[in-house]
Design a protein around this ligand. Structure first.
Ligand code: NDP
Length: 274
């Protein structure tokens, strides 16, 4: 039986084992999938033990995506572009790092929600690991413009520089700014900050979300603080990041097992269990 796991800290909240067990059941793949809380600074040694004991693949979540990037012996183009890894694959004696967060977000936006991206004006809030992971995929969908706004503006500026070539290739106007500078509405607003984790809101004007489609990468049983605020600020529609979570897991499952699971019933399964 192939062994998989997710490494993170904290990890007790992780839905990944439930999601991958659903995928396995659905596709007839036999696997085991556990969650492991790893001490900060111990990622490398824990991954060594996991793979030397026959582990076939790992998912990696906060705060280890940069450690996984350094640990991987080979990188996919999208992981190299993001500078972060959320999936490790052991294949033919080599540990390859990939990043499925961007594909997960794109599939949720385009296929599940049917929210258009091409030629749209997009606002991406935040400049942490999650935003880094999704920028390449968002740009590949050719938005007209992409504004990265972050509390610490310098981090947003760094991302604009890092993804400059991808933006040029997509003919997308990409700029960075601080949160307080925003005023005009966008077609699509994606909250990639961790503010919702603490029930907080990024400090942006309500005018920014009027008639916008608003997405929060965070998810929960109830609407997040950002989505409740967006709804009461006249957003056109809102969605949380549960679909992204399941879609990025499906992409990892595909990389490991070569089978693409049907995500819709699994999104519903996880939604019901929250
Ligand atoms: P990081 O810690 O790497 O980055 C956090 C970001 O949030 C930074 O840009 C930080 O700004 C900003 N921030 C934090 N608190 C506030 C606040 N109160 N007001 C404004 N900005 C704030 O986290 P990640 O990028 O890894 O994760 C971000 C979110 O995305 C989390 O909610 C996480 O759960 C979610 N996520 C969801 C996934 C999914 O599959 N659905 C996948 C990955 C992440 P600054 O730079 O100034 O500190």
């Amino acid at each position: 039986m192939s062994r998989y796991a997710v490494f993170g800290n904290p990890i007790s909240h992780s839905q990944s084992p439930a999601i991958h067990r659903q995928f396995a059941k659905q596709t007839g793949v036999t696997l085991s999938y556990d969650r492991q809380q790893i001490d900060v600074g111990k990622f490398h040694s824990a991954a060594e033990i996991f793979f030397s004991e026959g582990g076939a693949g790992l998912n990696v979540t906060v705060p280890f995506k940069l450690d996984a990037f350094e640990y991987a012996e080979e990188l996919s183009d999208r992981a190299a572009q993001a500078g972060a890894v959320n999936t490790l694959i052991f294949n033919n004696g080599v540990i390859k790092g990939d990043n499925t967060d961007g594909e997960g977000l794109l599939r949720d936006l385009k296929h599940n929600l049917q929210w258009p991206i091409e030629q749209k004006n997009i606002l991406l809030l935040g400049a942490g690991g999650a935003v880094r992971g999704v920028l390449g995929a968002l740009l590949s969908a050719s938005p007209a413009s992409l504004i990265i706004a972050n509390r610490t503006e310098a981090k947003a500026q760094e991302l604009v520089l890092r993804f400059e070539q991808a933006a040029e290739k997509a003919k997308c106007k990409m700029v960075a700014c601080g949160l307080e500078q925003l005023s005009t509405p966008f077609d699509l607003v994606i909250n990639g900050t961790s503010a919702s984790l603490g029930g907080e809101l990024p400090p942006i004007a309500t005018s920014v979300v009027v008639d916008s489609l608003c997405y929060d990468m965070m998810y929960g049983k109830d609407p997040t603080a950002f989505l409740s605020w967006a709804k009461s600020s006249a957003a056109r529609d809102t969605a949380d990041g549960l679909g992204m979570l399941v879609e990025q897991a499906a992409e990892s499952f595909y990389l490991w097992c070569g089978v693409r699971p049907n995500t819709a019933p699994v999104i519903q399964f996880v939604r019901n269990s929250l």
